[in-house]
Design a protein. Sequence first.
Length: 320
Amino acid sequence: MRDDNKLERIAEVARLYYKEGKSQAEIGEILGVSHSTISRMLKEAHEHKIVEVFIRQPVKLLTSFSDQLEAKFGLKKAYVVAASGNNGAERTHNLALQTAQVLTKTLQDGFRLGISTGSTVAATLKRFKTAQPMHVQVVPLHGSKGERPCNGNNLMHTLAEQLGRDFITLPAPWLMQTVEACQLITREKCVSSAIQLAENVDVALVGIGALNGDASETLWNGWIGKDALKALREAGAVGEICGKFFDKDGQVLDITLNERTIAINLNRLRGVANVVGVAGSEQKADAILAALRGDLINVLVTDSDAARKIIELADNGGSS
């Protein structure tokens, strides 16, 4: 039997067993082969990665924090996972696992999904598995931030593989050198049409960037430089979504840097039915609180360290 025919036969056995729920004996009768042959073919289905096993490990959710966040900020839903102390990798894993489950529940066949960049968003998409076959168009919410694993175009390809391979690229960088250059490139049809699609998504998955702390300083210094970061802080910037910077009230800052970015207009983001924001750690509490105050997200996935600090700051009427 030719290899391609053999693999098709193995895939058919796997479909009957895993999707149709038929027993190995029943499949053997249908195909006219022995029970042992079916057993061997199912084993080969795993070896050839025709069948892959995904275990959806439940994440412990802290509903007391979730309830408070939903009540304070009018969120559709808040999901708060237990904090992981100083273990950044474990925090990212838990946030991503929960966000992937939220995405699975939220997406429907025929939806358009917009994604931003970020390490937790990237981790989410790696853990995302569709519960059932569906067609979802995937679009980036901003231009590329470089050739990193968490770059929007790379993420989009990863996700689109599971959702019908319908993806739109935004062929432009996130940040242009000048406002004039940004205005010029956004007049290009391939760029303007991609942004128009981004502004009309059914679901948006966004990371929330912070401007405080050593890790954030290193990150932003690499993208915009020390002088620009200093100017942002002096202008009152506390957070970022889709490369657009906002103040403690979640209002987009009227600054040149925001005019140089190729991304969805955050005022349009507010009109998206499902904006899932994911970020954790106490360090990001100011940025998350600002996004909540500005109605930039309506679904939040965070951890207990951030949730506790957000509630404390909100009760005290300020930021740290």
